[in-house]
Design a protein. Sequence first.
Length: 101
Amino acid sequence: MCLGIPGRVVELLEGYGGQLALVDVAGVQRKINIGLLDDRPPEPGTWVLIHMGFALERVDAAGAEQAMDGLELMGRPADPGAGTRPAPSPQGGEHVTHEPA
């Protein structure tokens, strides 16, 4: 399985050479290129993994949930306080300038 954002196909869009579908991604509908999937277009309700606007792989509901869990996990801080404080500046808060040599 590739790393991608899961989305559920809502409908295939007319025109565009049969390459675009309207896909629901976390409650937002987006136009996604489905041309990289195998020979047959996905049916409405099919889960796909999306990367850079392209559906790369069909997945089942469990695979879609697993992908979303992984994405959410990557976005969580490692400890409860991480990400809530600015990182300390390198020179104890002093502004550092570098003169050309």
